[in-house]
Ligand binder design. Structure first.
Ligand SMILES: Cc1cc2nc3c(=O)[nH]c(=O)nc-3n(C[C@H](O)[C@H](O)[C@H](O)COP(=O)(O)OP(=O)(O)OC[C@H]3O[C@@H](n4cnc5c(N)ncnc54)[C@H](O)[C@@H]3O)c2cc1C
Length: 405
């Protein structure tokens, strides 16, 4: 039976998270964006993260018996929409923790959880990062290259019970501040990347590990993407998550149902642009009346509403499917179609919002241009939409692909 009614618990969380976004995120969004635009390494608003921790928001997807609320993918998309509509970069940081907490809690050994879970649960500023992309290797990890030269090169070489790490990741979300890092490393360079990568977990205090530059970004600036540099850094075999050389298939298994959560960025950003445009249209007077009374503006708002509602309907369906389908029934096309759809939809809705703001839509004094910049991220995260289309096309054609996420 399909049921998209929100139960009482989720409704309560939805109003709590929406209130948090309204009070703590939205009023600060413009200024955070401006400051990180001037200096990408401008400190993350940790006080706000502490408040999110205190409210229980940061750790919502951690299972109840481990101290969280055990929320699933449907809950994740409903609540993430509220955070992203408040401030997209902050929402992305929380999302990253929600998503990686699943891996930490459900796909690790008891010893690994003992070592790393308290770092997430007990440190109220804890964030997590996952490093795949390198300066010379991006898409060829996600659409894994079939020749041995393709794919990541950061190496892990076994030395007794330890693995010695050397190389550099870049573009990594939360790299500037995470206290837990998941790292993909090449453990066999004589086979294609999908057969030669191993996944590790490690703390940020690690001899031989340094954080490199924080990248200046167009939008979603609080995500603080940066470099992670490893120079003869050693980690014990106990911190290896996947079987040796099974890192990318392991991640594929862990994250295969998560695309609806990524799709929610486009939804939340488009909704913020739409709501701000309506507020503006109610007070901006042209031709003797508020512009919301002009038919062209109403048509634009109607089209924006249709796009946003269609995206939400599709995401909820895909999320419900992700939570409920059995292994044999699960259809990967569901998550992929909504990630691509919302990545295309969000910039269109934001462009309409910019139009409603007139000249102010292009000025940094108003939110419309920020939403547009934030929306452009949706093409890029978890692999480009072009890569997603390639994967979706292959699935529709009945072919399988080896892919990490
Ligand atoms: C906001 C943001 C957050 C990110 N967060 C993370 C993170 O947390 N962790 C992480 O590891 N990475 C992260 N990334 C990196 C992201 O996954 C990569 O940018 C993405 O995989 C693309 O890789 P690339 O940038 O090297 O582009 P490239 O691989 O160089 O691609 C360039 C162009 O070539 C095309 N192309 C590439 N290969 C092929 C092919 N075989 N056939 C046809 N066309 C092809 C692509 O579609 C694209 O149009 C993030 C990126 C952004 C923008």
């Amino acid at each position: 039976m399909v049921d998209y009614n929100l139960d009482e618990n989720l409704k309560n969380w939805q109003s709590k998270v929406a209130e948090f976004a309204r009070i703590e995120l939205k009023p600060n969004a413009q200024e955070w964006d401006r400051l990180n635009g001037i200096d990408p390494s401008n400190p993350f608003p940790f006080d706000t993260l502490r408040k999110a921790s205190k409210e229980g928001i940061r750790t919502l997807t951690v299972p109840k018996e481990m101290g969280g609320e055990g929320l699933g993918i449907f809950d994740h998309v409903v609540l993430l929409e509220e955070l992203v509509a408040g401030e997209a970069g902050f929402g992305a940081v929380i999302h990253q923790g929600w998503k990686l907490a699943k891996m930490l809690c459900e796909h690790t050994t008891e010893e690994q959880r003992k070592e790393f879970l308290p770092r997430f649960m007990d440190v109220d500023t804890s964030t997590m990062a996952i490093g795949m992309t390198e300066p010379d290797h991006g898409t060829d990890n996600i659409r894994p290259a079939s020749n041995i030269d393709g794919g990541m090169k950061l190496s892990a070489v076994q030395n007794g019970n330890n693995w010695v790490l050397n190389g550099k990741k870049h573009f990594i979300a939360c790299a500037a501040m995470s206290n837990i890092n998941f790292l993909c490393a090449r453990t066999d360079s004589n086979v294609p990347v999908n057969e030669g990568v191993t996944l590790f977990i490690m703390p940020d205090e690690l001899d031989g590990f340094t954080r490199g530059v924080v990248h200046g970004k167009m939008g979603c600036r609080l995500l603080m993407n940066g470099e992670m540099i490893y120079e003869d850094a050693e980690v014990p075999d106990e911190w290896r998550l996947s079987e040796v050389n099974d890192g990318l298939p392991y991640m594929s298994r862990v994250f295969s149902r998560h695309s609806p959560t990524t799709a929610t960025f486009g939804l939340g950003i488009a909704r913020a642009a739409y709501e701000d445009a309506i507020d503006y249209a109610k007070v901006r007077v042209q031709g003797g009346s508020p512009i919301i009374e002009h038919d062209e503006i109403r048509q634009r708002i109607a089209d924006m509403y249709i796009s946003i509602s269609a995206a939400r309907d599709a995401i909820w369906k895909a999320a419900w499917h992700a939570d409920n389908a059995s292994e044999g029934e699960y259809d990967h096309k569901e998550g992929m179609r909504v990630k691509i759809f919302t990545g295309d939809m969000a910039p269109q809705v934001c462009s309409s919002a910019m139009n409603i703001f007139g000249g102010n839509g292009y000025m940094t004094t108003h939110s419309a241009e920020r939403h547009m910049r934030d929306a452009m991220m949706c093409y890029h995260i978890d692999g480009l939409n072009d890569t997603g289309r390639w994967k979706l096309g292959r699935l529709i054609a009945g072919e399988k692909f080896a892919g990490s996420i």
